[in-house]
Design a protein. Structure first.
Length: 118
């Protein structure tokens, strides 16, 4: 998603071949700012089911990792995870089987600060 004022009618079709725009409002934003933009996008496109509590950030700082975000209204948390674990971990967070806070503690023990297995 590259514009919060666009109206999105559904998910992107795979494979997505178009790169991200350098003018994207998400570029260079903090996780908290990205969440605010996602909430704005949800308001502009109410037919979409956008999870603004749990989401992933892939940007130019992402090599083989993804930043996962959790805002549980009490504590804003992030954890860097290996790309191949991201979707599975997001599902675990949503279902309550794992937490970003716990996984962040594990990631901090890794040499590169990235959770690569669990």
């Amino acid at each position: 998603m590259d514009a919060v004022d666009n109206r999105y009618e559904g998910p992107s079709e795979r494979p997505v071949r178009q790169g991200s725009s350098a003018d994207s409002p998400f570029v260079g934003k903090s996780p908290q700012e990205c969440q605010t933009l996602l909430e704005e996008l949800q308001g502009n496109s109410p037919q979409l089911d956008i999870d603004t509590r749990f989401f992933a950030i892939l940007d130019n700082r992402s090599d083989d990792s993804v930043l996962l975000v959790d805002d549980d209204n009490e504590d804003f948390g992030t954890v860097k995870v290996a790309f191949e674990l991201a979707m599975e971990l997001l599902m675990c967070y949503v279902s309550g089987h794992r937490s970003v806070k716990e996984d962040d503690e594990s990631a901090k023990c890794a040499d590169d600060g990235v959770l690569r297995d669990y």
